[in-house]
Design a protein around this ligand. Sequence first.
Ligand SMILES: [Fe+2]
Length: 374
Amino acid sequence: MTQGIWSEECYIYGYYLESRKHISPDSGFPITLHPKFNNKIKDHIPPDPPHQERVAAKDRGSFADPEKKALFSTGAKRIDLTESLGTVLEGIQLSRLSPQQLDELALLVNERGVVFFRDQDLTTEGQVKIFEHYGELDRHPSQKDTRHFVIRGSTQDHREILKYTPWPSGDYHADTSFEINPPSYSMLRMEEHPEVGGDTAWVSAYGLYDTLSDAMKKFIQSLHAVHTSRLQYDTILDLWSTNPNRPPIDTHHPAVRTHPVTNLKALNINPGFVTAFAELNKIESDKLLDFFAYHIHSADDHQVRFKWSVGSVAFWDNRCTVHRVIPGSYEAPRRGIRTTVFGEKPFYDSMSEGRKEREKRLKEESAKQNTVVG
Ligand SMILES: [Fe+2]
C-alpha cells in the first residue's frame, strides 16, 4: 500500500507540491500539471539500478494442505466478510505460527484475496521474519530500510491532488505492479491509527475478471497492460519529499493473469499504474482504461473495506486484488509497517479458468456424478 498517500518523510501529503506555486492569474489553477516543475527530479540520479527479472521460488501456498488443518487446529475462527473476498481470522497470533501454518495461511490469502487480524503482538522484526518465509523481500522504489516500508496517513483529498499531478496516487492499484516481478504478498501492520478514517478497500481481481462479458474476456486476454512507474517517479520527490532509488520502468504484463497457486484468472489492470494497452493505439487505450476504472470502482459485490485499529494486520495477495485508501480528513497520526516479497513474473495460461467458470464446472461435474450414482 505504498501508493501516494503515505511516505516515510512527507507527513502532510500534497500541500507542498511545486505546481501549487505556479498558478495562472487568468484561471487561478496550475499553469501545468507536469511535476517536472520541480527541477530536483530532473537532476536526480537514482543510486540503484532497476530490478532485474528473477525466478521467484515456488509460492508457499503451493505447499499447503488444501484443508488447512494445521492453521485451524489453533482454534482460529474464520469469518468471511463478503462472498467474494476478505476474511477475518480471530483467536490467532501471527507471531506464533509454524512454517506449515504460514503456508496454509498463504493459501487462504490466495483464495480470499485479503485476510485480516486484530490485536496482534507482532513486532516489525517478527513481520520481516514471516515475510522471509514467503520469499525474497522486495523494496519499494522510495523505501529507505531494506526490509520494510513505513506507511503514513493523509488528510488530503486525492481527487484534489489530481489538479497538481498527473499520477493518480490515491487510486486502486496492486503494489508496485510496474515491476518485472511485482510483489506477490503484502502485509501491513498498524502501529498508530485514528479512531475513525483511513480505511482501506480491496477489490477482487478474480471477481473483476468474472463479471466481464465473454466477448470482453476474450478480447482482453489477447492484450498486455502497460504498467509504469514513470508518473510516480516524476511525482514522489515533490509529493513525498523522497528521492526514488531506482529509475522509472515500464513493463507489459498480461491484462489477464493466471494465479500460480489457484490457477484462476484475475484481471491485471489498475488505474494507479496502468496507462495503456500495448497492442492498442492511444485513443483505444484511453477509452478502454475509462471502462476499467468504472468497472473497478463500481464492483461493490467484489469489494471489502477494512477499519483499522492499532495492532490490526492485513495480509493480501497483489495478484488477485487491487486496493486503495479511502480519502478522509482525520487528524490523528496513522502509521503502519509494510512488508512485501517478489512474486513470479505475471503470466497468462489459456488453460486456466475464471473462478465462476470453475464453480460452474464443479457443480456440473458433481451433478453428473450424482446422476450416475443415482
Ligand atoms: Fe498499496
